[in-house]
Design a protein around this ligand. Structure first.
Ligand code: CP
Ligand code: NVA
Length: 306
């Protein structure tokens, strides 16, 4: 466990151990038990080529609470934005700091950082994966449902970075996952393959389809994300038309189990992928989910940099 580039690189045991540590760190945080010795004197560089609220703030606070230091590096303000290579950036930063968190477009850039750097690299979202989000999501599901085996998560909407990582994460921990997207907006085939293989080992059921009503049957968790991810803003008009039948509204929620929870990685766009009634209603756990970004990422930082 050197990096967190994609959840596919982590074994089920590594994921479960990290979640256990996340629970412990959350408990300590809630009970005033300080853990600022864990990354004392360590520095994390945080490279952002895209906007962020949760990832940026939770990583920064995580490093502070663990006794370390973090620096926000806007990709436009470092030489990377002017054409310095990813490889040279990796080799240079490795001489100064103890870890890099990066949010960018291409997954291959994160892989290149990991290949050329000598320090842990953490993927804070690319066009194809969002592993930190999914660790927080798994922590949240466990808190509400108590287990993964026998629990069914349904993802409805765009087969994007969050959906790809959810497929892999759920399959690895043994939770059933059913995904419904419009035709042409499916999850990437590589993530589906990884999930199918992981499911064979964990016993999880993975189902990929197009009908949201079919997918949410018996769901314990209903999950959606924006239809317009960062980088595809120019497709908004077309996407809104295609995705409207995939909106998570009260009618769709009523087809899941009565005690189903609603999850969303945020930021949310009310009236599009989810109605206010659902996201602001009693089944929604989205702010617990957002909070868990802090605890889950602390666990990742300790595992990789501690
Ligand atoms: N969910 C998530 O990653 O949020 P931010 O874009 O605000 O970091
Ligand atoms: N799928 C969204 C997630 C934002 C946290 C995006 O990539 O913009």
């Amino acid at each position: 466990m050197k990096h967190l580039v994609c959840l596919s690189d982590w074994s089920s045991d590594e994921i479960l151990e990290t979640l256990k540590l996340a629970d412990q760190l959350k408990y300590e945080n809630k009970n005033g038990i300080r853990h600022n010795h864990l990354l004392k004197g360590k520095s994390l560089g945080m490279i952002f080529s895209k906007s962020s609220t949760r990832t940026r703030v939770s990583f920064e606070v995580a490093m502070y609470q663990l006794g370390g230091y973090s620096m926000f590096l806007s990709a436009n303000d470092i030489q990377l934005g002017r054409g310095e290579t990813v490889a040279d950036t990796a080799r240079t930063l490795s001489r100064y700091i103890d870890g890099i968190m990066i949010r960018t477009f291409k997954q291959s850039d994160v892989e290149e950082l990991a290949a050329f750097g000598t320090i842990p690299i953490i993927n804070g979202l690319t066009d194809s994966q969002h592993p930190c989000q999914i660790l927080a999501d798994l922590q949240t599901v466990k808190e509400y449902k108590g287990k993964f085996k026998g629990i069914k998560l349904t993802y409805v909407g765009d087969g994007n970075n969050v959906a790809n990582s959810l497929l892999i994460g759920c399959a690895k921990v043994g939770m059933d996952i059913s995904v419904a997207t419009p035709k042409g907006y499916e999850c990437d085939s590589k993530s589906i393959d990884v999930a199918m293989k992981a499911a064979q080992e964990s016993g999880a059921k993975v189902s990929i389809g197009y009908d949201p009503y079919e997918a949410v049957k018996d769901a314990d968790v209903v999950y959606t994300d924006t239809w317009i991810s960062m980088g595809v803003e120019s497709e908004k008009e077309e996407r809104v038309k295609v995705f409207m039948p995939y909106q998570v509204n009260s009618e769709l929620m009523s087809k899941a189990k009565p005690d189903a929870i609603f999850m969303h990685c945020l930021p949310a766009y009310r009236g599009y992928e989810v109605t206010s009634e659902v996201i602001d209603g009693p089944q929604s756990v989205v702010f617990d989910e957002a909070e868990n970004r802090l605890h889950a990422q602390k666990a990742v930082l300790v595992k990789l940099m501690g």
